[in-house]
Design a protein around this ligand. Structure first.
Ligand code: ATP
Ligand code: MG
Length: 283
């Protein structure tokens, strides 16, 4: 049995649970439960505040956790980052009031920066040789410069509209973040086996999300040309159609590649092109 901690309620909650479901793990998360047992996988899911997850994973109360890399870096606990999960992408940036004539990072020398991520900010300034101080605040960081609490802020940015609304401008990216799977570094052999099963399934889900199943009809004399356009896993499957002289080609293709070759496929004589999602893909 392995215990995984996910965010109880917040931006990561739905996607974290969806990922487990996509991995074929069935569980009941109705009501306001603090934990739930998977029905068909040796897993217990704990619902926690994301800030607490690194500590719980480090001390072994939970074996695994799903949370933002920013929170992992901030808490600086002894945990292993196993995998990037491809959602909740954002960046942690420094911002200053929009009328500041910003010459570069040295501007921050002697200044104070308000943030909920002071460990990360301090490390960043230390790495860059900047002598700035930090003020830790829990939320509404954007108002700090306006009320004179600090000259700059460091906060999560996705589109930047919150900064603009508060009269700020982004001047430096401190780190990029996305949701990650973390693990206690000292899992038992049994738990490591369960983790391997889980990461195998996550890989299959991630591969499937990137790829599409493509079917098309082609005149037999164009099969070679069209096959060359389809950078599939292996060569495409070719099946004869009932109509003389035509075949059906089946392949797996990355979605981006598909959009790049669609015109060439049509020019080569492909017809009835059908593209459909893939649920799992084991390469
Ligand atoms: P909790 O109450 O559990 O502590 P929280 O308020 O700290 O929740 P959320 O706002 O739910 O956290 O954000 C969780 C994580 O989602 C962040 O740590 C970050 O990794 C990511 N995140 C936050 N804001 C954004 C955003 N605007 N776009 C994309 N990802 C974001
Ligand atoms: Mg939090």
């Amino acid at each position: 049995m392995i215990r995984i901690a996910v965010q109880k309620s917040g931006r990561l909650s739905d996607k974290s649970l969806q990922l487990l479901k996509d991995c074929g793990i069935k569980f009941d998360n109705g009501g306001r439960k603090l934990s739930t047992q998977a029905k068909n996988f040796p897993m217990e899911i704990l619902f926690l505040r994301d800030d607490d997850i690194p500590q719980y994973v480090a001390n072994g109360v939970a074996d695994l956790g799903i949370l933002g890399l920013n929170e992992v870096e901030e808490k600086d606990q002894d945990v292993d980052v196993i995998k990037q999960l491809g959602f909740a992408g954002c960046r942690l940036s420094l911002a200053v009031q929009k009328d500041v004539d910003y010459p570069g990072l040295e501007w921050f020398n002697g200044k104070k920066v308000a943030s909920s991520y002071t460990t990360i900010v301090k490390r960043f300034f230390a790495d860059k040789g900047i002598d700035a101080t930090t003020e830790e605040i829990g939320g509404s960081v954007e108002i700090a410069p306006g009320i004179g609490l600090a000259e700059g802020i460091c906060d999560i940015v996705s589109t930047g509209s919150t900064l603009i609304m508060n009269g700020l401008k982004e001047v430096e990216t401190v780190m990029y973040s996305e949701a990650v799977l973390i693990s206690n570094p000292n899992l038992s052999i049994e738990k490591k086996e369960i983790l391997d099963k889980l990461t195998f399934r996550i890989d299959a889900v991630q591969n499937a999300q990137k790829s599409k199943y493509i079917l098309l009809n082609a005149p037999n004399d164009k099969i070679e040309e069209i096959s060359a356009l389809l950078p599939g896993m292996k060569s495409p499957t070719v099946l004869p159609l009932a109509e003389e002289g035509w075949s059906s080609l089946h392949s797996v293709i990355e979605e981006n590649d598909f959009w790049n070759v669609i015109d060439q496929l049509k020019d080569a004589g492909a017809q009835g092109i059908l593209v459909s999602p893939i649920e799992k893909l084991i390469a």
